[in-house]
Design a protein around this ligand. Structure first.
Ligand code: SF4
Ligand code: SF4
Length: 293
């Protein structure tokens, strides 16, 4: 068994975590990380800090540039694991043509049915929590990191769980949304590895139409909450009362809600920057306003 601290030194990422396998007990096969490597012994979650400048032009409304939220390159960590004599499978959401829609043998998941939640695994690994706006936040960087997940047959001891909550329920993300898409009253509790988070109900259709900095990325990366609800037509299946849910949300890191969280995080944490992120009133549009945006 490789000790977690030793593994972290070699992994070479800003954030490294190994959740206990028991965190995934009871998940349907398509949501269980071992579905991508049935002989795996450990799940690894890694994160790379996104520099603040990646958000500057969207904050100013001067250039439509959005940082990615998912890591797609794992060369260094894969080389290290293989140098130790083990293999690993980095997770990638795929919708390749000709991909079988049924399992290749009994007991496996169909390749096109795999939908892992990287954010849920990151919380389970003790790297942070899901904020009220539904995005992953770490104690060190707030929302500013890209996450990735790998499964390996290298046995690694699990990382320690942090008891601290990163989101302080300031509601800056709620107030900043020009579409009123995040409810300040309706919310759900999400439990993960002994950690409980309160996540606001979100009008996913509003986010998909939002002109304030969202970007599309793969629809095959589930959010943390999507592990726990079946989403049909932007509603929790079987629940007539839940008008709003978070199924298939776009990348909102640089949207008005995400940038409000960055600004608030800087007011409450030392990020080392000499000038605050937010230096003027934020901008915002509604899609139902008169044409002009
Ligand atoms: S803006 Fe405030 S309430 Fe919203 S996720 Fe960030 S810390 Fe939590
Ligand atoms: S993405 Fe846009 S609509 Fe959705 S919560 Fe953020 S600011 Fe509001």
């Amino acid at each position: 068994m490789t000790a977690f601290d030793e593994f972290r030194e070699h992994a070479g990422y800003d954030l490294v975590g190994v959740p206990p396998m028991s965190c995934f007990d009871g998940l349907p096969p398509g949501e269980h990380p071992l579905s991508i490597f049935p002989d795996g012994k450990s799940v690894i979650v890694v994160g790379a800090h996104i520099r603040r400048g990646e958000f500057r032009s969207m904050e100013e409304g001067s250039l439509w540039k959005t940082p990615g939220r998912w890591l797609t390159s794992f060369e260094g960590i894969v080389r290290y694991i293989e140098s130790e004599g083990y293999e690993c499978v980095p997770y990638a959401p795929l919708d390749a043509p000709k991909m079988p829609k049924r399992p290749v043998r009994d007991g496996l998941c169909a390749p096109n049915a795999v939908r892992l939640s990287v954010e849920y695994a990151a919380v389970a690994a003790g790297l942070g929590d899901i904020g009220y706006h539904g995005m992953f936040m770490s104690e060190k960087y707030g929302t500013r990191q890209m996450l990735g997940l790998l499964v390996t047959d290298m046995p690694i001891s699990p990382s320690l769980m942090s008891a601290a909550s990163v989101c302080d329920k300031c509601m800056a993300c709620v107030d900043a949304c020009p579409l009123n898409a995040i409810s300040d009253t309706a919310s759900a509790q999400l439990g993960c590895n002994g950690h409980t988070m309160q996540i606001g109900a979100i009008n996913g259709n509003a986010c998909r139409a939002c002109p304030n900095g969202v970007s599309g990325d793969s629809k095959y990366f589930a959010g943390a909450d999507e592990l726990h609800f079946e989403i049909v037509n932007n509603q929790v299946a079987g629940d007539a009362k839940s008008t709003f849910a978070r199924g298939g949300l776009p990348n909102r890191l640089a949207a008005a809600c995400g940038r409000a969280c960055i600004a608030h995080f800087e007011e409450t944490h030392d990020t080392g920057y000499k000038i605050p992120f937010r230096v003027r009133e934020p901008w915002g549009f509604r899609p139902d306003e008169k044409r002009g945006w």
